[in-house]
Design a protein around this ligand. Sequence first.
Ligand code: TPP
Ligand code: MG
Length: 608
Amino acid sequence: MWGFDAVTDSKRQRAPAQGPRDAALAAVDRPVASGVNAAQFGSDVVADALRATGIDYIALNPGASYRGFHDSLVNYLSNERPQMLLCLHEESAIAIAHGYAKVTGRAMAAMVHSNVGLMHGTMAIFNAWCDRMPMVILGATGPLDALKRRPWIDWIHTARDQGALVRGYSKWDDQPVSPVAAREAVLRAAWIANTAPCGPTYVNLDAGMQEEKLAEPVPAIEAQRFMPPVASAPAAGAIEKAAALLRSAKQPLILAGRVSRDVEAWNARVTLAERLNARVATDIKVGAAFPTDHPLHTGAPGFLAPAPDALEVIRAADVILSLDWVDVSGTLKQAGNTSAKIVQVSIDHHLHNGWSLDYQGLPPVDAFVACAPEAAVPALLEALGPGKPRAVPAGKTAPFKPEGDKLTVDHLAEALRRAVGGRPCSLTHVSLSWNGASWPFNHPLDYLGSDGGGGVGGGPGISVGAALALQGGGRLPVAVCGDGDFLMGVTALWTAAHYRIPLLMVVANNRSFFNDELHQERVARMRGRPVENRWVGQRIADPDIDIAAMARAQGAQGFGPVTAIADLAATFEQAIVAVEAGSVAVVDVRVEPGYTAAMTAVMTRKSD
Ligand SMILES: Cc1ncc(C[n+]2csc(CCOP(=O)(O)OP(=O)(O)O)c2C)c(N)n1
Ligand SMILES: [Mg+2]
């Protein structure tokens, strides 16, 4: 009931990444034939290497520092495999690659201009890093040989150690000197990015190297042999120890964290929870990990803390199995004292470094299984054996009902769900005001998780990238963005419109950077000052921004502002018709400012 037919569903999940490229998209930006069919320049060799990685798309914003490579993509590779996706800002180029990886689990490429382009992209790289999403970022530098630098411009395009800009939040970077070394660097970058724990990699291409004519042909290599698949397997002893703890548990709990979009792995988690009769908590910061409608699922997934009922279950648990939960230490702290034994399944420690503390607190652990959850869960099931199937408590199926008569995010969610109806749908992003209880997830692609690093402005680009990857898979991509998030990343929609990538974006428009109103409220409370002033320097009103017009300016269809609950459903239905006809549609919904009670409580308490 809670699982899926593995064959058909994993096929559907993989289809977008492996299937033929969408014809409408492939027809965009076709160059005239160049007649070039052999590598002649350094950048042609690098372009060959990028094609050899199997990467289909490269999102970019152009720049002279990589004019050689740009020419190779257009006139040597004919803008195919990879096809360029022109972006209006580097932050959206990176975010698009991020969203693509959220669906496929595989790296896309992004390319950014020397120094300044990379600087523009950094926040989005940080988001992808915190979200553990793979991507290959290519950048460039003015010629390292000073004699080859043109006055002024090449000098400002050159930095001593450009990779240092992103080294704290990328897995690996390189600045190869020759075309052959650059080929190896691109293959290594794809290999490392796609190997779990995944993350962004950065290769910086010397402009001189790109533009230099090859003295002689570069011998071909078998690229796949340089990117061997890396299997993640648990140690037998660790699985035995973990299974023994779980077997002895009276009140086990699974914290289902960073897991893949794989349907078989989803089914295995459901089987494990049912085998153990374990309660399961999930987290809105990461993609759907367990059916939220399942009777064993506890509490609505939340951003800053598990819901109060999930915290109760954590307190009562005697054994907690973390499947790469984002912050075990913080969650235990939020629950208060627990004497539960902790089983941690993760290889995240391979990624931890001295710059970014996104690894969170060091949790106490009684059994550590060092592998990806996808490998650990079947091994745990085997070690536990068939066992007695335990009774699963009856389901709670009460439909979600928004309260009050003022238009809130809950009304938005309820009407949107009704308009979506029975269509398979992926929530590519949700606003900070989102209520995890308002929308059930019953498939790994039902929800793709948050921006990862808390960088506002990622929502639109991530959603465009996810929509790109979902094309042809039969799922309607739906994004819900805050107005602040939308306004910072809106131009990503132009890329979706230009490349015919259908997407529905709903803006939960509270006309405020509301998150920070709550922070100002908290400070006012701590200091005994008037909380009434929390909105000053936060509200985005007077004049109100015309969100639908901004959408239309990108080539999307704009709807709204919707100000009445009664108008929501019909507007969403019209917008879905537009998306199903191939458009990008944006609906501006004027919502009352407010977060869920749980989130507000965490944010406005005087102290933690
Ligand atoms: C790049 C960036 N700038 C500022 C912040 C601080 N910040 C966190 S949430 C938030 C408000 C976001 O506004 P919106 O998307 O409209 O969501 P709302 O809180 O209003 O629901 C801000 C400014 C951030 N996280 N990232
Ligand atoms: Mg807002």
